[in-house]
Ligand binder design. Structure first.
Ligand code: WT7
Length: 662
């Protein structure tokens, strides 16, 4: 892999060797210093046992890792703790009850500040309500909600009772919800009438009603419904089933605000979160209690350098994705942080909405995704420039490789050319961050997640599982178990073994292509399914995309390999132009020449198609499969997980007149 798009071309992409040293004041006061790497290298398990002390255990563990039944791990197995107690009650007991836990900002401008003391009362009430609905320890609860405080409260109430939750992203269909309810055999569904999206109420309850008519969902006995929008249920296509459906404000609000949490085994299931596999059935990723909370708490403290007394943290992800689980709910709250929770979209009612929120709450740490950063680049530099962003001291990125160009834009236009950027690589399966710079230690390189965090063992191997030398590419693997690792795929141990532990013996296969640069720093190259084979050379879609985005006229690019009789695959690029750029004659040739100059002639796209939008999943990942269908003139496959399926009509409508064919 990576034999053509070499390390030199990457350096070339960066024009000069851009490195950004940690700011002196941050380095001097950093929560975590270089000593952590040494300590963890000397005694990895001892290091994690030490980090577990960040938590309050009812029974502190004496064991750290049991790997005797690999790849089925047990961490801190003889310890007992309650996750909700750790995220809420203990802060109140420590005198922090008046600290704001959540600054909620609704899309239409309504807001609500929830202190830790209030959160304790709300979580206790919700837990008591679930008990009244007959929820027992071990019962699964599906949560299908908008981005509102009740979602976090519901998660914590489940955790408090040891009832594993399964969040299903609010943008998913009734069909997707039914599949997940069925697979986890959920007994209760928590939902809302709807949430606000793009300035309008967007209904949720009707999808629950529809899901519960499908086979395999019969065991759901109660649906707890938060009233958020107040919209008319019947008008939205929903129903109300007496005896099954209960309003949150009727049931929860009359409960006692106190509830004594019980401690559970460290390996008690905390949640299931579904991630789509390459084939058919989604995988129910299972996370457990003590190891998960240890690693999300530690990484949130270390990577964001969180100072809970003064920082205002904001993770923009949806709580229905793992990023929201780990860095909205469990990481920040276990650390006693103050955080922002925003309901809506970044451009409602205007494209400066996020920056307005940063200014309003004095956000100090912002964690978002490259796709959002590129959207902001497209909207223009003048938009963030209108707001006071001087409170920001640290920026984070997650979800896909961040192009060096977007990294630099983020630092310059959001971070005033001053804030470090932490590019954090991890997965639903890893539960918490795995590779990332440490902001007080690492000299950062735009576009690279760089190094494994202390206590994490990662490397890059070739097809034969041999570690590649610096300067070479291959597959990212994790070589030692880690506390927040998935424990299995719900109900399918064999699929867990086959998917993650069979490609390379004894190593976790992440499914991502990666390469090491001459310093040994790791660069992620996208999913291995996204690597193209052109005339016998492996070329990474990510690198060609980065080369395109480094051209001043391009805001965003998606690259796919389409079957080609001469070259096996031919590189096809779909590009979104920056605001104000016209799609004039010569543009396509100019872009092809630019890629050739950046990466070498072999990486020059055969076709380049300017488009208005790209097809993305609701978590912001480009659906290359659909673009391949377009490039190969095939009928489109399943478009149901797209944010906006009309995007594909727009792209296809453009095709006949597309220039740039060789
Ligand atoms: C896949 C996991 C981690 C929470 C959100 C996504 C890609 C994630 C990075 C990064 C390059 C990244 C990988 C990974 N990815 N972060 N910083 N640099 N790639 O969770 O939906 O489970 O996706 O996202 O391809 O395998 P997910």
């Amino acid at each position: 892999m990576g034999d053509v798009v070499s390390n030199e071309s990457l350096a070339n992409l960066l024009k000069e060797e851009r490195r950004f040293d940690p700011p002196a004041d941050l380095a001097a006061n950093a929560n975590v210093t270089a000593a952590a790497y040494e300590q963890a290298a000397e005694d990895r398990l001892g290091f994690w046992a030490e980090q577990a002390k960040r938590l309050t255990w009812q029974t502190p563990p004496t064991q750290t890792l049991d790997w005797s039944n690999a790849p089925f791990a047990k961490w801190f197995a003889d310890g007992k703790l309650n996750v909700a107690y750790n995220c809420v009650d203990r802060h109140v007991e420590n005198g922090l009850g008046d600290r704001v836990a959540i600054h909620f900002e609704g899309e239409s401008g309504d807001s609500r500040a929830i202190t830790y003391a209030e959160l304790q009362r709300e979580v206790s009430r919700a837990a008591n309500a679930l008990i009244e609905l007959g929820v027992h320890t071990g019962d699964r609860v599906a949560i299908y909600m908008p981005m509102i405080p009740e979602t976090v409260i519901a998660m914590l109430a489940c955790a408090r009772l040891g009832a594993p939750h399964s969040l299903v992203f609010g943008g998913f269909s009734a069909e997707a919800l039914a599949t997940r309810i069925n697979d986890a055999d959920a007994r209760v569904v928590i939902t809302a009438d709807g949430g606000y999206r793009r300035g309008k109420p967007s209904a949720l309850k009707p999808a629950v009603d529809e899901a519960l008519t499908k086979p395999g969902t019969e065991n759901v006995r109660s649906v707890l419904v938060v009233r958020r929008t107040g919209q008319d249920l019947a008008e939205a296509g929903g129903t109300w089933t007496e005896g099954r459906d209960v309003w949150w404000h009727e049931l929860v609000e009359r409960q006692s605000p106190t509830h004594t949490p019980e401690a559970f085994d460290a390996e008690h299931p905390l949640f299931i979160l579904y991630t789509s596999g390459t084939t058919g059935k989604p995988k129910g990723i299972l996370h457990t209690t003590g190891g998960y909370l240890t690693q999300v708490s530690y990484t949130h403290h270390a990577v964001f350098d969180l100072k809970p007394e003064t920082d205002v943290f904001w993770c923009t992800a949806d709580v229905g994705w793992v990023t929201g689980h780990s860095y909205i709910t469990y990481g920040p709250l276990s650390n006693g942080a103050t955080e922002v929770l925003y309901e809506g979209t970044p451009d409602t009612p205007h494209q400066g909405r996020w920056w307005e929120i940063v200014q309003k709450y004095g956000v100090t740490i912002l964690y978002t995704a490259p796709t959002a950063i590129r959207a902001c680049m497209k909207w223009g530099d003048d938009i963030p420039a209108k707001y006071d962003l001087s409170s920001l001291r640290l920026l984070g990125s997650v979800g896909e490789p961040i192009n060096p160009e977007a990294w630099i834009w983020y630092r310059k236009h959001i971070g005033a050319d001053r804030t470090p950027i932490v590019d954090t690589w991890w997965q639903t399966e890893t539960g918490a961050m795995m590779l990332s710079p440490l902001p007080g230690v690492t000299a950062t390189k735009p576009g690279s997640a760089q190094v494994a965090l202390p206590g994490i063992a990662a490397t890059v191997v070739d097809d034969d599982a041999r570690e590649v030398p610096d300067g070479a590419g291959g597959y990212l693997v994790l070589t030692e178990p880690w506390p927040s690792m998935l424990r299995t795929i719900w109900g399918d141990d064999q699929r867990y073994i086959d998917t993650y532990w069979s490609r390379f013996e004894g190593k976790y296969f992440a499914g991502d292509g990666a390469k090491k640069d001459s310093d040994g720093d790791i660069w992620l190259l996208g999913r291995v399914d996204d690597v193209m084979l052109v005339s016998g050379h492996n070329i990474s879609t990510t690198e060609v995309e980065s080369a395109l985005v480094s051209h001043p006229k391009v805001a965003e690019a998606a690259v796919v390999g389409a079957t080609d009789p001469q070259t096996t695959q031919a590189i096809c690029a779909f590009v979104i132009l920056r605001g104000g750029v016209e799609e004039g004659a010569g543009l396509v040739d100019e872009l092809r020449a630019h890629v050739a100059q950046q990466l070498g002639p072999i990486a020059k796209p055969k076709r380049i198609m300017p488009v208005a939008e790209l097809p993305k999943t609701r978590s912001g990942k480009i659906m290359r499969r659909l673009l391949r269908d377009v490039a190969e003139n095939r009928d489109l496959g399943d478009v149901s997980t797209l944010t906006d399926s009309s995007v594909m009509d727009l792209i296809q409508a453009k095709l006949p007149s597309t220039p740039g064919e060789d």
